[in-house]
Design a protein around this ligand. Structure first.
Ligand SMILES: Nc1ncnc2c1ncn2[C@@H]1O[C@H](COP(=O)(O)OP(=O)(O)OP(=O)(O)O)[C@@H](O)[C@H]1O
Ligand code: SF4
Ligand SMILES: [Mg+2]
Length: 330
C-alpha cells in the first residue's frame, strides 16, 4: 500500500432535520476511522441512506464533521490556512452522481473547462484552448471541435459525465471521489464511463474513492482495491475487494452480497443468510448496541442489543465490527 494520504479520526456528522419546532439531531456518520492510501481505489458500499455520499463529501471537505478530525497529508484540514485549504480542495475532487445538475447550463463546454485552467493557472493563457482540446480527447470526446462550443443540454448523460470528469482532470487532482458516477446514465453508456475511470486510474495513479451499490463495477475498476461496507452511518467491514467477495465476515455484508450479486461461482461463495426483519431502523431513532441487531439473524440478546461492537482487525487487513467475529480466525 502507498503512503497515508487521508486519515479520518473519530469522525461524526449530525444534521438537524424536521420542522421549525420539531427539529431533531440525527447522527448520519458515527465514529468513522479510516486511512486512505496514496494511489489506492477504495469502494464505499451500503444501502441507500447509510451515509456514503455524506462520507464522500466529508472527505472532499464539502461537509464539515460535527466532531473528529480529517488529516490530509498529515495536516488537520480544519487547521489549514486559506491557501492550504484551497490546494486541498483542488487536489481532492468530487464527481457528482447527477451529470444533469453538475454542469452550469448557461456555459459552453469550452467555458466550463477553461475556467479552472485560468483560475488555478494550470497552463499559460496562450495554451488554454489546446489544453481544453487535450482534456476532451482524454475523456473520449473527439474530435474536440465537435464538443467545445456545445451547451450541457446538447450532450447526452454519458457525455456530460465525461465533461464533468474533464473539468476535474483539468486541475490535476490527486484524489477523485466518484459518487455513483454511472447510476444516472443510460445503461448503454455506463461501460464507457467505467472504462474511462479505469484508464484514468492506470494513467494517473490517482487515488479513487468509488461510491456504489454495485460491487461488480468496483471490481471492474480495481481488483486490487479495498472496500468499506457501511450500515446506518457506521463502518461494519473493511477489507480487499476480492476478500470481501469471497470471505465476507460481517452478517450484514453477507446479506448485502447475496442481494447484490447474481450467483457467480467465480466471485462469491457467501452463504445464504436471511434477515430477521426487512425494516431498516430510522436514523432518527437508532437502536442501542449494534445498529444491525434488529435485523441480524445471529443477534445475541443481552450483548448485541446493549454494546456497539468496535471495528477491529480480525485478520491482516480485514476489519469487522461484530461481537461474533473474533480475532482468532487465521
Ligand atoms: N443535508 C442533510 N440534512 C439532513 N439529513 C441529511 C442531509 N444529507 C443527508 N441526510 C440524511 O443522511 C442520511 C445519509 O444520507 P446519504 O446521502 O449520505 O446516504 P447515501 O448512502 O449516499 O444514500 P444513497 O445510496 O441513497 O445515495 C440519510 O438518512 C439522509 O436522509
Ligand atoms: S454484533 Fe451481534 S447483531 Fe451485530 S452483526 Fe454481530 S452478531 Fe449481528
Ligand atoms: Mg448517495
Amino acid at each position: 500500500m502507498g503512503k497515508e494520504l487521508i486519515k479520518l479520526m473519530n469522525v461524526y456528522v449530525s444534521f438537524r432535520i424536521g420542522g421549525l419546532f420539531t427539529k431533531v439531531l440525527v447522527n448520519v456518520l458515527r465514529n468513522i476511522n479510516l486511512i486512505i492510501y496514496d494511489g489506492e481505489t477504495l469502494g464505499l458500499v451500503g444501502e441507500s441512506g447509510c451515509g456514503k455520499t455524506t462520507l464522500g463529501k466529508v472527505i472532499a471537505g464539502l461537509i464539515k464533521p460535527t466532531s473528529g478530525k480529517i488529516l490530509y497529508k498529515g495536516k488537520d484540514i480544519s487547521a489549514m490556512t486559506k491557501d492550504e485549504f484551497l490546494t486541498f480542495r483542488r487536489e481532492v475532487q468530487y464527481l457528482h452522481q447527477d451529470p444533469f445538475s453538475s454542469l452550469n447550463p448557461v456555459q459552453t463546454v469550452y467555458t466550463i473547462l477553461s475556467r479552472p485552467l485560468i483560475k488555478h493557472k494550470i497552463v499559460d493563457p496562450s495554451n488554454v484552448e489546446e489544453e481544453v482540446m487535450e482534456l476532451l480527447r482524454m475523456v473520449g470526446l473527439t474530435p474536440p471541435s465537435d464538443f467545445m462550443y456545445r451547451y450541457p443540454h446538447q450532450l447526452s448523460g454519458g457525455q456530460r459525465q465525461r465533461v464533468a470528469l474533464a473539468r476535474i482532470m483539468s486541475v490535476r487532482p490527486k484524489v477523485l471521489i466518484a459518487d455513483e458516477p454511472v447510476s444516472m446514465i443510460d445503461v448503454s453508456q455506463r461501460i464507457g464511463i467505467l472504462r474511462l475511470l479505469l484508464d484514468l486510474r492506470k494513467e494517473t495513479n490517482m487515488t479513487i474513492i468509488y461510491i456504489t451499490h454495485d460491487l461488480a463495477t468496483l471490481r471492474y475498476i480495481s481488483r486490487e482495491g479495498r472496500v468499506a461496507v457501511m450500515y446506518l452511518g457506521g463502518m461494519v467491514e473493511l477489507t480487499d475487494v476480492e476478500r470481501l467477495l469471497t470471505r465476507p465476515l460481517h452478517p450484514y455484508t453477507q446479506i448485502l452480497l447475496s442481494a447484490l450479486l447474481e450467483p457467480d461461482p467465480n466471485i462469491t461463495r457467501n452463504k445464504k443468510v436471511n434477515l430477521r426483519s426487512m425494516d431498516i431502523p430510522s436514523i432518527v431513532n437508532l437502536p442501542p448496541g449494534c445498529k444491525f441487531h434488529t435485523r441480524c439473524p445471529y443477534a445475541i440478546n443481552g450483548i448485541c442489543d446493549v454494546k456497539e461492537p468496535d471495528l477491529v482487525e480480525v485478520e491482516t487487513n480485514h476489519y469487522v465490527a461484530c461481537h461474533l467475529v473474533k480475532g482468532d480466525l487465521k
